[in-house]
Design a protein around this ligand. Structure first.
Ligand SMILES: Nc1ncnc2c1ncn2[C@@H]1O[C@H](COP(=O)(O)OP(=O)(O)OP(=O)(O)O)[C@@H](O)[C@H]1O
Ligand SMILES: [Mg+2]
Length: 586
């Protein structure tokens, strides 16, 4: 099962392989130095006990002899070398892991911001934060991998050293490690499974907590805090149980490894003691290497387990990146001077393969034209608006602008010329001016003020305590619904767009503000292409043409007067509004 995921997804750490190789090589060198230190110490002790402080090495062509100071020098140099290697290794690990976390966080932000609107709008409010938090787990995994490598490097050298000193001891060393790791496989699997389940549970809790913030007002007025708390308590309790199980299995793995390792070591010592020709120095070297090797073996076991436990997090990150990046729209790089006519050619749109929101829509918008879109709730108006904005790509058919598919147009050119006033514009916690500019440095202050004037907001902004510098969007200084709406309009107008899409822009406004907005729209007429989704007759009367959508299909597309004559839905809506207005007046 594990090999399947491994083969589908390349190693998540391959971008850090340079650091991984460096740490691996340093581990081997460190192991070499440590072995040399151990050998020198044993030789020293043996020399002292036998009263003959001359250590001879005869291996193959080598025939060396070291006296006391020679041995001391070897031990000291090896010690220095070992320290240096470990310091460099620490530095390389720190560099790689912190760099890795930074890289993952940036990739999460970038992926989330660049992915298409369908994916992005389908995410829960906490999902990006969740990914940011998961980057810590991924970093921990990289650290574990590096720890695993350095311990393995040292162990390989120890095994070699032990083999030279005593083949039997080496067999014990390698056997101990391998058998203990093998014996603990079920324990690691349990630990990994419990961690995985806890991760999924935690993710559900995090996402639900995110919703609490989004729904804060509704939760209060419906007085359902107790129920939500109870549901969260149950889920958190389950997560706690899974975490506890994971912690126990992880701890047990570590403890068991030590015991099993020592047991194997004891057996090795027992077998060795039965040997005929005992060489004190060799046994000493092998024994010390075995003990140190056991420590490294334990580090391998711990790191391995951490690596396995963190795998669900890494998979979660990998899945999110894969999803975001696979759905990142590829826009072309055609530069355009102006948008020109905008054409929807046989456009259909289907949500999730089954909800047919738009069916074979054909319409061409001439520059400067004002098109009103009307239709019953759920008839596809907002979907059509999102297609015009380039937020959603048609499931079939094409959106054309400047004589080419809109997707071929350079993203900067497109989004500078196409803009929207949403139904409920959101505020940044920033000054009014920054709210109008909205991260677009190419718009200057005068343009922002002109846009505020056009949106009928200028006088009200001047009346605020610090005028355009007043911070809005926080608890102290919020704007009213109508002011927000007009700020949204100012934000859209500030960039001097060619196409302005308004999705029920006046639904939150009082009659006075609505009249102001209509006047603004009337002034824009001819200079900007306007697409406006509206229910109010007063707004629709300004339009050059009306498009009636019903069940995703175009039922009428003509001047308001002609549509009035042709289309029952529109005629009924108008008559009802006339009655309502009349009732309101009487
Ligand atoms: N994100 C979505 N996922 C799945 N289905 C959706 C989504 N958004 C809209 N729909 C469905 O697509 C259809 C058209 O929705 P749309 O929002 O375009 O209608 P609308 O005309 O704007 O309605 P309203 O006047 O109520 O705003 C509806 O059946 C709706 O349920
Ligand atoms: Mg809508």
């Amino acid at each position: 099962m594990s090999s399947r995921t491994a083969s589908v997804r390349p190693s998540p750490f391959r971008e850090r392989r340079k650091a991984i190789v460096i740490v691996g090589v340093l581990a081997i060198v460190t192991g070499f130095f440590e072995t040399a230190t151990i050998v020198a110490i044993v030789a020293f002790i043996e020399g002292v006990t036998s009263g003959d402080l001359l250590w001879e090495v005869t291996t193959g062509p080598l025939d060396l002899a070291f006296d006391r100071s020679g041995l001391g020098l070897i031990a000291l140099s090896a010690l220095l070398g070992m320290t240096a290697c470990q310091l460099v290794s620490t530095w390389a690990t720190a560099r790689a892991t912190t760099g890795w976390q930074y890289q993952i966080q940036m990739r999460a932000i970038r992926g989330y911001m660049r992915t298409n609107w369908t994916i992005q709008s389908g995410e829960t409010s906490g999902s990006l934060q969740n990914l940011m938090n998961l980057s810590a787990a991924s970093t921990a995994s990289l650290a574990s991998l590096m720890a695993l490598l350095s311990a393995s490097g040292a162990l390989v050298i120890f095994a070699t050293g032990a083999f030279l000193a005593s083949p039997l001891a080496a067999a014990v060393l390698v056997g101990t490690g391998a058998l203990s790791m093998l014996a603990l496989r079920p324990v690691r699997a349990r630990s990994r499974e419990a961690t995985r389940v806890a991760t999924i549970g935690q993710r559900a809790v995090t996402e639900e907590v995110g919703q609490i913030h989004d729904l804060a007002q509704e939760i209060r007025v419906h007085h359902v805090a107790d129920t939500i708390e109870e549901a969260l308590r149950q889920k958190s309790w389950d997560v706690r149980q899974d975490r506890r199980r994971a912690a126990i299995w992880t701890g047990a793995g570590s403890a068991l490894y030590r015991s099993v390792g020592l047991a194997f070591l004891l057996m090795g010592a027992f077998v060795a003691s039965g040997q005929e020709d005992l060489d004190v120095a060799r046994i000493g070297v092998a024994g010390l290497l075995l003990l140190r090797g056991l420590g490294y073996g334990q580090r391998i076991q711990n790191s391995w387990q951490k690596l396995e436990n963190n795998r669900p997090f890494i998979e979660q990150i990998g899945d999110a990146f894969e999803l975001y990046e696979r759905h990142t729209p590829k826009r072309g790089n055609q530069r355009i001077a102006e948008l020109g006519p905008i054409e929807l050619r046989d456009v259909s749109y289907t949500y999730g393969g089954e909800i047919h929101a738009l069916r074979h829509v054909d319409v061409t918008l001439e520059p400067g034209e004002t098109l009103g879109i009307v239709g019953p709730s759920g008839s596809g108006k907002s979907t059509l608006a999102q297609i015009l904005l380039g937020l959603r790509e048609p499931s079939s058919g094409t959106l054309l602008a400047a004589g080419m598919p809109a997707m071929d147009i350079d993203a900067n050119d497109w989004y500078r010329r196409v803009t929207v006033v949403p139904q409920q514009p959101k505020l940044l916690r920033a000054s009014v001016l920054d709210n109008i500019l909205f991260y677009r440095p190419w718009i200057d202050e005068d343009e922002a003020i002109a846009a505020a004037k056009a949106a009928g907001l200028h006088e009200e902004i001047l009346a605020l305590s610090d005028g355009y510098d007043t911070t809005v969007g926080d608890a102290v200084r919020d704007l009213s619904g109508g002011q927000r709406q007009r700020l949204g309009i100012a934000r859209a107008l500030a960039g001097s767009p060619d196409l302005l899409v308004l999705d029920e822009p006046t639904s939150a406004l009082d009659a006075m503000s609505e009249a102001q907005v209509q006047e603004t729209l009337a002034q824009l007429k001819g200079s900007v292409t306007v697409v406006i989704i509206a229910h109010r007759l007063a707004t629709l009367n300004h339009c050059d043409r009306l498009l009636v959508l019903e069940e995703g299909s175009v039922r009428a597309l003509d001047t308001p007067a002609a549509v009035m004559a042709q289309n029952d839905f529109y005629r009924n809506a108008v008559e009802m509004q006339l009655v309502a207005t009349h009732d309101g007046a009487s």
